[in-house]
Structures are given as structure tokens and as C-alpha cells.
Design a protein around this ligand. Sequence first.
Ligand SMILES: NC(=O)c1ccc[n+]([C@@H]2O[C@H](COP(=O)([O-])OP(=O)(O)OC[C@H]3O[C@@H](n4cnc5c(N)ncnc54)[C@H](O)[C@@H]3O)[C@@H](O)[C@H]2O)c1
Length: 412
Amino acid sequence: MSVAEVPSRPARASAHTADVTVVGGAGHVGVPLVLSFAASGLKVNVNDINHEHLATLKAGRLPFIEHGAQALLTQALADKRLVFTSKPSEISPKGPVIVTIGTPVDEFLNPERRVIQNCIDGFLPHLRDDQLLVLRSTLYPGTSDWVDAHLRQHGRKLKVAFCPERIAQGFGIDELRKMPQIISGTTPEAEEEAAKLFRAIVPEIVVVKPVEAEFAKLFNNAYRYIEFAITNQFYLIAKSAGLDYHQILRAMKHNYPRAQNIPTPGFAAGPCLVKDTMQLLAFARNEFGLGNAAILVNEGLALHVISDLRRSYDLTNMTVGLLGMAFKAEIDDVRASLSYKFKKTLASYARAVLTTDPFVTTDPELLPLDDVVARSDLLILCTPHRCYKSADFAGKPVVDVWGFLENASVIS
Ligand SMILES: NC(=O)c1ccc[n+]([C@@H]2O[C@H](COP(=O)([O-])OP(=O)(O)OC[C@H]3O[C@@H](n4cnc5c(N)ncnc54)[C@H](O)[C@@H]3O)[C@@H](O)[C@H]2O)c1
């Protein structure tokens, strides 16, 4: 083979040559975004302070379940489209910088703007004024305009955009390809540049003002959370009347178009829905009555189930097994999972509480399903992972709020 015939190797991405930087790029929002940009042909700087997740990605593995991501990661590494960095000084001084870090509420359930401020202040000295700064984390209303004003006060001229992420966790690769992206910018230039960036990976964009985009994201999540609360409240009302809500729900939905979106009852949890409802609650001076009620119902459902069990069983002489510790089905993330609220509360009443999950890898107390079934007197389906549909529960009673199991001795 002559020199001219040797296939040219793709040039390795470096922090300086990357087309785009994703700060928080090793997180749940960051990973599908990084891989989607890489699949579109861009070189991506994955900037994150979580060294363990960076090393895992670099080794070609995913740090958590993200459906459809493995093939894209393998390809992106083979194409040398990813560079992994962990310091603010390593953020690329060219191309857009997208921020996807966590935006929690504080101990008073109020938003924590400092988290965003500290992150931006940390990398600002390393950015150039012609760069686009895209905020993608879920933000308390007014934060994007505040960031813009904060930069101007410090004599900086970066373009600021807010483009919220709305994926369902674990399914981001597929959803990014299919869902419209909300775009907003504090200036027409920022808006235009952000739209151009996202057009490469999403099918459609919707343009609004930054504060409208902030509300759109929070309203989307609070609406979903309230939907769960409605069905959970109906479940509790039907139960107090001695009825099986799943029969009623079946009748409500059967060929009736206006009821198709009613979810099944269940434990509505996770790091986003309740936290974002709390952000709106804080914005509305605690006068977001529906949001407040939704938190009471959804968080209270687990306690209702435990009260019912205490009335029906002598829990002090029983071992209770919890099926599923992830906050929702088919993923491995335990953040804000109600399964742990069960575990903690039941520990005061039951002889023992055992836990199992087919996906979670971060909890050393988890046991194999067979052990939990064999040693428990009573089981609670906390997370409706698909594998439980066909599991053998050895005739043990299973509490199934979800109406998910068909062949078990179900208490619904
Ligand atoms: N998880 C979801 O499905 C989802 C969906 C839509 C929106 N959101 C929102 O997106 C944001 C991120 O959520 P997430 O679930 O991806 O959180 P996450 O904790 O999984 O990811 C955040 C990442 O940011 C990194 N990080 C934190 N501070 C950093 C810093 N200063 N510099 C570099 N990296 C830093 C963390 O190490 C982590 O890897 C939140 O605002 C959340 O509400 C999440």
C-alpha cells in the first residue's frame, strides 16, 4: 500500500479544537446531548467534575442506563469526536458552551441560583466574548436574563441562550431526534446561533423569550406531576370506597379519546418532577395550590400504602420485600426514588425490610430477587420494571398500586 492509499485517521478532538463544550457532559442530560452532537459530526468537549463518569465514558462504557447510547458512544470514540475535560480552564475557547449541571432546590425548598452562578463565574475567565453560552439546565424563572445582566455587569459580551432539555430520563437519544426543541436568546444573535446549533440534532424548533422558555419547561414538568397526582388521588378515593380503581380506569379509558392520557396510579418520583413543581411553588409565593396538592398526594401515596398494610397485617412479625428501587421503570437511577421512603418508613414497623432491583448498581444493600421473594412474607411493587411481569413470587402477596402484575397474588 502506498502512502497515498493509507486511510487517513480522524484527527483527535482536543479541548482547543472542539466545536462545542457541554459542561455537565457526563450527567444524565449531558450524555445523550454529547452523543447526539457527536453523531451529527461535531467534535465535543465533555467537561464534568465527575472524574469517575468521565473515565467510564472514555473507556467506552456508559455510567448509567441510557437506551440507544452505547452504539453512539462506541462510534464517537472510534471517530475521535470526544475530548474529556474536568477543569473550567479546559473549556473550549471557541464554539458554543452548553451548561447542563444539576439545579436543585435548597433545604427551604427554594431554588439555588448560586449553583449556576458559581459554575459560570468559574469558567468565564476562559471564554471569549464572541462565544455562545447555552443554559440547558432547568432554571427558575428570570435566571437567563439574570445571567445576561450578570455578564454585562462584569463587562462581558457573550451571547446567552436558554434551551431547556425535556427528555424522559434514559430515553434521551431517541427523544432528542423526535421532539421539538424550545429555543430562546437574550438577544436576536444568541437566539439565531442557538437555533442553528440545535437544528443539527432536533427535528423542529420553537422560539420564545427566555423567561417564557423557563416557564414552559417548569409548566411541562409540573403538569406531568399533577397528572400523576390526579390519578393517584382517584386511586385513593376508589380504595376508600372499597373499589378497584383499575376496573374504573379501564372503563374510563376504553375507546374514550378524552381519557387516553390518564396515567396509571403509581409512585411519581425522581429528581425533576417534584423539584420543578417546588420551583414554581417558590415563584408563586407558595400560592400554587395545585402544585402543593400534587406534592401532598404523590409523596403521601407511599405513606397511605404503609398505613393500609399496618391495618391489615402485624408487620412487626413480618419481613417486607421491596421490588424496584430506581425512581422509575427500566433505569438504574435512585435519585429521589420513593422506594427509599418506603424502606425508611417501613423500617420502623416491619421486622425486616429487604430490597432488590435488576438495574441499580449503587446500593450495596440490594439482594437478588429470588432471595427477597424467598425471605419475605409480603412484597411491594415499588418500580414496575418489565422483568417483574413474568417473575415468580412464590404465591406471596404483592402490593401492586400500578395495576401492573397479572399473575401474582395482588393486593391493589
Ligand atoms: N435527568 C433528566 O432526565 C432531566 C431532563 C430534563 C431536564 N433536566 C434538568 O437538567 C439538569 C441536569 O440534570 P441531570 O439529571 O443531568 O443531573 P446530573 O447530576 O445527572 O448531571 C449533572 C452533571 O453536571 C456535573 N457538574 C456539576 N457541576 C459542575 C461544574 N461546575 N462543572 C462541570 N460539571 C459539573 C455533575 O458532575 C454531573 O455529571 C437539571 O437542571 C435537571 O432538572 C434533567
